[in-house]
Design a protein. Sequence first.
Length: 238
Amino acid sequence: MTLSLPNVVLITGTSTEVGKTVATAAIACALRARGTDVTVVKVAQTGVDSDEDGDAAVVEHFTSALPGGAVPTRELVRLPEPLAPDVAARRAGVTIPTVGDHVRTISEIARTHSIVLVEGSGGLLVHLDARGGTLADIGVGLRYKGVSCGAVLVAAAGLGTLNHSALTAEALQARHIPLLGVVLGSWPTQPDLAEECNVTDLPRVTATTLWGQLPAGAGRLAPATFAAAASGWLPTLA
């Protein structure tokens, strides 16, 4: 049976540098493979200059070999310093859109696409605007607008991930945002004891399904190889 997903899927991580962007690209590939119209939104890109490729470009790269071409993407905010968006904006002396603005933009995009993957910055409660709005608040705002929404958690594989994942799951539950599944963002070729145990225990502590594991080094694959393998990495979406 094909997994049914909401109109908007928030993609967050247990922390930064856990493989969110590669996981976003893999999910996009797997959804396109099953015939779903999907697009990707990067809410806030930090740590890149105006002429550099950000996470949206990475997604386009890895989905470029799909039939029909790359999955369309949109970046809503770009800031040069590798900091939380609110801090990066304050240091740059610029005003950035509020979470309410993002909700309106994402709602409009959702009207014309079956599934919108919304990649956050770092973890779920990172501040995305000067008011302290977060990716979780975007989910709440979308729900108030009548847009169906859930979240996917990209988790680190190793020791400590159970606590980080459980905290994220509780924060989502408190806001009535369904946690649709967990993806291990970088699975080593020789997992240690903690990593092997986490495969069993992550679904237990988060009360959701482990969608799959992305192999370490997936981000170095050629687009055609990446796209062909994505559904196998994420069998829940196949």
